[in-house]
Design a binder for this molecule. Structure first.
Ligand SMILES: Cc1ncc(COP(=O)(O)O)c(C=O)c1O
Length: 393
């Protein structure tokens, strides 16, 4: 049997949506400058970006990337393990560790690589990794790559977490991994309830703060938000969102980080984060320290939009952050709504099954500290009109 047989005629679900004129993916942006983007001559208000603090536009961040290219060139041409570490990487690690309140940090080339490297490094053959059912795909992939066993609990359901923990043998190693802010729902992992359970059952805790850095805890993440930094063993972050760059890191105790540094395959067998990306992340961190008003403004915008969407009658689930899902709960209707908004000048991201269960399909919207009041009002007016036309509200 030809292994390419399944590819004949392309990827069938995508072909079907293309034929219906509703295909929303891989559309090239001609301009991606913060709160407004364009596609050809169509201008759109961007509420589909993870550039939460608007730092891709910040002159200091841009200049830092340019200067790093001029100093070090576009690539390190090697792994962190060998020739691919610069003093710049070490400085970034020191600054990140201090920002999240941990002894040490280790920078990888993407956030995805942090999770697929760290989890298998820590979770060995006789160990268990316990994850929330809504955890990010990179956590799931990290679990699959580990030699340990994976158990999942119902999203943010503490009885379910306890049930899983209580079912495991006492003498095995256990790592619980949760998103700090859940990437699709915008809701927060209840660390004040998770931490006591981890302690009771002898489990270590890793929090994926990809979306929480720059938003929660004055920008320092979920553990800082709950004032529980010492009780979270590993904090993971990525530069592809608030940090206006590309790359990621894990932070924790120095001994644990030393172990990960020598055993995480996605760190060792892949080239290091390019100098421009490391420098942009470092500059973004400096801006977060110097301009806390950006973080405050982002959270104000989040609260404002949540209030207004709920008042209009949209179902936005349990979000508590500037990541606001518009739950539509039907694949085709989600695509129709995406298209109507797109044509009216609003960029959103449709999230369909199987990425989410079919009754939880949604448009993911997220906001930027630099969105203006006029842009937000325009988004709300268009949302209201489209929502009414399509019978969503
Ligand atoms: C929760 C979460 N973890 C990890 C990642 C991976 O990050 P990166 O884009 O840096 O690979 C993402 C990115 O979408 C994410 O949302």
């Amino acid at each position: 049997m030809d292994i390419f047989k399944k590819c004949l005629g392309g990827y069938q679900p995508a072909q079907k949506v293309r034929a219906a004129g509703l295909y929303p993916y891989f559309i090239p942006l001609t301009n991606n400058e913060g709160t407004e983007s364009s596609i050809g001559d169509r201008n759109l208000i961007m509420i589909g970006s993870n550039n939460y603090l608007g730092l891709t536009m910040h002159p200091q961040v841009r200049q830092a990337a340019i200067d790093a290219i001029n100093t070090y060139g576009p690539s390190c041409s090697g792994s962190r393990f060998l020739n691919g570490t610069l003093e710049l990487h070490l400085e970034l690690e020191r600054q990140l560790a201090s920002w999240v309140g941990k002894e040490a940090a280790l920078v990888f080339s993407t956030g995805y690589q942090v999770n697929v490297g760290t989890i298998p490094a820590i979770v060995g053959r006789n160990d268990y990794v316990i994850t929330d059912k809504d955890d990010h795909a990179s956590i799931v992939d990290g679990c699959k790559l580990s030699y340990g066993k994976m158990k999942r609990f119902i999203h943010n359901d503490m009885a379910s977490l306890e049930h899983v923990l209580a079912s495991l043998p006492e003498e095995v190693g256990k790592l619980v991994v949760v998103d700090g802010i859940f990437s699709m729902g915008g809701d927060i992992a209840p660390l004040p309830e998770i931490i006591p359970l981890c302690k009771q059952y002898g489990a270590r805790l890793m929090v994926d703060d990809a979306h929480s850095l720059g938003i929660l805890g004055g920008g320092r993440g979920t553990a800082a938000h709950f004032d529980m930094t010492d009780d979270v063993d590993l904090i993971m972050g990525t530069f592809s969102k608030s940090f206006a760059s590309l790359g990621g890191f894990i932070a924790g105790d120095a001994d644990v980080l030393d172990y990960i540094q020598h055993t995480a395959r996605s760190l060792i067998f892949s080239a290091s984060i390019p100098p421009a990306n490391a420098a942009a992340a470092l500059a973004s961190l400096e801006v977060m320290r110097k301009e806390p008003e950006r973080i405050a403004r982002l959270n104000e915008i989040g609260a404002f939009m949540r209030r207004r969407y709920r008042a209009l009658g949209f179902d936005i689930g349990a979000t508590e952050t500037p990541i606001i899902p518009i739950l539509i709960r039907d694949d085709i209707k989600t695509l129709q709504t995406w298209k109507a908004l797109f044509e009216a000048g609003v960029y959103t991201n449709p999230v369909l099954s199987p990425a989410v269960p079919p009754d939880r399909t949604l448009l993911r919207t997220s906001y930027i500290a630099t969105h203006t009041a006029a842009q937000l009002e325009k988004v709300l007016a268009i949302m209201e009109q489209v929502g009414q036309e399509l019978g969503i509200i």
